[in-house]
Design a protein around this ligand. Structure first.
Ligand SMILES: NC(=O)c1ccc[n+]([C@@H]2O[C@H](COP(=O)([O-])OP(=O)(O)OC[C@H]3O[C@@H](n4cnc5c(N)ncnc54)[C@H](OP(=O)(O)O)[C@@H]3O)[C@@H](O)[C@H]2O)c1
Length: 262
């Protein structure tokens, strides 16, 4: 299938590693001009070098920290300098620290609300006028399967991501008439640094080995394995594509069947 995004300009937040990087690579393979962002200039440069050497799309990067107040302005300037506008926006962020609801101090809650919710909404609002003007846009927000089935020990994630789900759905109804879609993609267990660190933390808490923790997790997934970044990124690329023009307001799972609800 031709995804119809050759030459489209795609901004992918938190894309130096893991799911964000995988999505950037997948969109570039489809011919998009991708703008990567994250905190490590060295990693971003290396990713862009690899994508550009691939010879499909084109890649640039901007160093920006979702934890900083100047994040939105830095990205808006980066977009103006390097892309000249945005057709595809992939909202992604680093994950919050694990913990219980009692661990959620007001300060922690506010910090993660700012980096995972507020700055994503503010940035999207800055980029929407351009999408409306061109009558085409794709907004994809990466969250977690915890939005539909809260995950024990991830209280911050379970609390903050549903706010984005409500926002993404509301946005979808507001912008559909302009040819813009807004969807959410929910990873279950996809093998990245984040999943490795969550497994390591679970091993430490339980006194089991990391291999045993992973084996037990994989056994509980109908597919009996963790997903790959490539599988996740392919799903994302479709949702950002031209043929996905009538898919909006959706929560799409990429979890090997792990979430049991309909
Ligand atoms: N992997 C899964 O199975 C899974 C499941 C459910 C939910 N999720 C969620 O999906 C998101 C991505 O997960 P992942 O597995 O790809 O995580 P990851 O491997 O830890 O990668 C996180 C990415 O976010 C960037 N990042 C972190 N903090 C940032 C900040 N303050 N400003 C800008 N960029 C920042 C990191 O780049 P730098 O450190 O270089 O800045 C990196 O590129 C996370 O929110 C995670 O909780 C993942």
């Amino acid at each position: 299938m031709d995804l119809g995004i050759t030459g489209k300009r795609a901004l992918i937040l938190a894309s130096s590693r893991g799911l964000g990087k995988g999505i950037a690579v997948a969109l570039a393979r489809e011919g998009a001009h991708v703008l990567l962002c994250g905190r490590s200039a060295e990693t971003l440069q290396a990713n862009c070098d690899a994508i550009n050497a691939d010879g499909f799309g084109r890649a640039d990067w901007v160093q920006a920290d979702l934890g900083e107040d100047n994040f939105v302005e830095t990205i808006v300037k980066g977009v103006a300098d390097k892309l000249g506008g945005v057709d595809i926006l992939v909202n992604n962020s680093g994950g919050p620290t694990p913990g219980s609801t009692e661990d959620m101090s007001g300060e922690k809650l506010a910090t993660y609300f700012n980096s995972m919710v507020l700055r994503i909404i503010t940035l999207t609002n800055r980029l929407l006028p351009g999408m409306k003007q061109q009558g085409w846009g794709r907004i994809l927000t990466v969250a977690s399967s915890g939005v539909i089935e809260p995950i024990s020990g991830l209280a911050l994630s379970n609390t903050l991501r549903p706010a984005l789900a409500g926002w993404s759905k509301t946005l979808a109804t507001e912008v559909a008439q302009h040819g813009i879609t807004s969807n959410m993609l929910l990873p279950g267990s996809i093998m990245t640094d984040r999943l490795k660190s969550l497994d390591a933390a679970a091993a430490e808490r339980s006194g089991k080995s990391v291999d045993d923790v992973r084996a037990a997790s994989e056994k509980a997934i109908p597919a009996r394995r963790y997903g790959t970044v490539e599988e996740f990124a392919a799903t994302a690329a479709f949702l950002c594509s031209a043929p996905a023009s009538y898919v909006t307001g959706s929560l799409v799972r990429c979890d090997g069947g792990a979430a049991r609800s309909v």
